[in-house]
Design a protein around this ligand. Structure first.
Ligand code: 6GU
Length: 257
């Protein structure tokens, strides 16, 4: 997968590029990551990329010309027979990022992420260039760079082969609509706190059943909203309804969709 990032602050991205997962993914050529400075696509002496809003108001807006030129330059080597490349704008007005959107985006060979400008961006960019507007949550950040890093990180770890074992991405919290079950390593007894007996039993079927049960319980406790969108078996629903009579409807996958 190729991820192209367009930003006014390219220095933001060096940390992520140096992380172990990204390094390995790039070394193995499973992902290539390119950062472009929008300011490089200005033509004036001072490389000005923002301007005052028409109609007045506070703040400066990112100008359309350097953004269009930068994206056109980045996307120009796409062949006509290749699928369109998603262009993601990070903005607090976007759809909330989720594991399922991460998964959808990770299916593309290429994506581009345009980092939103903290004060705003000329609306013609959003209208004519951007294919997805994405927010990472209901709070305000100073710019779209951290959201772009969040999105890139979530995508890269979904690319097959990037993580050590494929299993670790599959078992992650959220991947099956449930939170991850509790995990333990040695010692089996730490300060008198013992690891659950079943995990030491060597009985893989029992361990899998325990983990599934723990995932469901943890999700019911911490994120009942997630449980409403996931699929549970009839037996699991009955068991859960006995434990949580008040949420008798949880786990009915038709509800949350
Ligand atoms: Cl994508 N941008 C900004 N500026 N703030 C945010 C956000 C994005 N997502 C949540 N808050």
């Amino acid at each position: 997968m190729r991820i192209d990032i367009l930003t006014l602050f390219p220095q933001f991205f060096s940390t992520l590029l140096q992380s172990a997962i990204f390094q390995r993914a790039q070394d193995k050529e499973m992902v290539s990551f390119n950062v472009y400075n929008i300011r490089d696509y200005t033509h004036d002496k001072h490389h000005i990329a923002d301007d005052y809003p028409f109609g007045g108001g506070a703040g400066m807006l990112l100008k359309p010309e350097p953004v269009f030129e930068a994206l056109e330059d980045v996307l120009k080597d796409r062949h006509a027979d290749e699928p369109p490349i998603p262009v993601i704008l990070t903005t607090p007005q976007g759809q909330i990022f989720s594991q399922s959107l991460a998964y959808q985006l990770s299916q593309h060979k290429r994506i581009a992420i345009l980092c939103g400008h903290y004060e705003g961006i000329d609306d013609r960019v959003r209208e004519h260039l951007v294919t997805h507007e994405v927010s990472i949550g209901d709070y305000v950040l100073s710019g779209g760079e951290l959201p772009a890093l969040v999105i890139a990180d979530a995508l890269v770890r979904l690319i097959p082969g990037v993580l050590g074992s494929e299993e670790s991405a599959v078992a992650d919290s959220h991947s099956d609509g449930l939170l991850e079950y509790p995990q333990f390593t040695r010692p089996a007894d730490f300060r008198g706190w013992k690891v659950p007996e079943v995990l030491l039993s060597g009985n893989h079927a029992k361990i899998a059943a325990w983990r599934r049960e723990q995932s469901i319980l943890k999700t019911a406790h911490k994120r009942p909203d997630m449980l409403a969108k996931t699929s549970l078996t009839a037996k699991e629903k009955k068991w859960l309804a006995e434990l949580f009579p008040i949420q008798a409807d949880i786990g009915n996958s038709s509800l949350g969709k």
